[in-house]
Design a protein around this ligand. Structure first.
Ligand code: ADP
Length: 241
């Protein structure tokens, strides 16, 4: 996070893409975009484009991996080779394995796993285009895809990051801010209770900044939650209503 003299805020406090400090990038969410998967979601968030597909609950193969008490969740985050400026190496990386693990753990908190013992729920998320914040975009799309698949959940999971640029707490960092800012702080919550199900941090904050960043990220997630619900309502809208 070294800044080689790049100004991330102008004299009016506006960011490189014209946003204010506490503004999200534009987000569009569409549920039910794939015919073959049980549930799906396409999401654009700033320059990120992600596609999530869900299968299940289904039989676990190999069977010895089945849990007699609850469903097993598989989450695969994949950065497509063409999603970044210089071709990303195809296949899993340390980064994608870590993102998959923490995202799976976040969704496990929301899904009523005990209702589906000995089964598996597969969540696949393809990042088609990446521009910082892909783990949040992927997880947000994944929870809409799970809802679209009719999987019972306590609540949706909604992710959003806050960060620090030029000493100021900012919502939803884009690429340059992620590269040259001082901190990035992605979280995921279950919005109805605001229970935190994922929290990571890269960079540094004072205690006061951390409190502000958490509040900023939660406020951002609550806005994203409205868009998730809207996408699901749109999907299941009854003609004429
Ligand atoms: P997140 O996408 O959740 O913010 P990171 O902070 O690890 O996760 O990555 C920030 C951004 O860096 C990504 O969104 C992407 O734009 C870029 N990036 C990540 N991995 C690669 C890669 N292998 N090659 C090029 N760019 C990458």
């Amino acid at each position: 996070m070294k800044n080689p003299g790049i100004k991330l805020l102008d004299e009016n406090g506006k960011r490189l893409d014209g946003r204010g400090l506490k503004e999200l990038r534009p987000i569009t969410i569409k549920a039910g975009v794939l015919d073959r998967a049980d549930g799906s979601c396409y999401l654009e968030w700033g320059g990120n484009k992600v596609l999530a597909g869900v299968y299940g609950p289904r039989e676990v193969i190999p069977r010895h991996l089945a849990d007699p008490l609850k469903a097993r969740v598989v989450y695969r985050y994949n950065l497509a080779p063409f999603s970044v400026d210089e071709r990303a190496r195809p296949g899993p990386s340390r980064r994608s394995i870590e993102i998959s693990k923490v995202s799976r753990e976040a969704l496990e908190k929301a899904i009523f796993l005990e209702e589906f013992p000995k089964t598996q729920i597969d969540v696949y998320v393809e990042v088609l285009e990446a521009e910082a914040g892909t783990r949040c975009a992927a997880l947000t799309a994944a929870s809409v895809a799970l809802a679209d698949a009719g999987i019972p959940m306590r609540d949706l999971v909604t992710a959003c990051a806050a960060g620090k640029i030029e000493g100021k707490i900012a919502l939803d960092l884009m690429k340059e801010e992620d590269n040259y800012g001082e901190a990035d702080f992605p979280i995921a919550i279950m919005p109805r209770t605001k229970e935190i199900v994922l929290m990571q941090m890269d960079g540094n904050f004072t205690r006061e900044e951390l409190t502000e960043a958490l509040e900023t990220a939660i406020n951002g997630a609550m806005q994203v939650y409205e868009l998730q619900k809207k996408a699901l309502k749109e999907r299941y809208k009854i003609e004429g209503e």
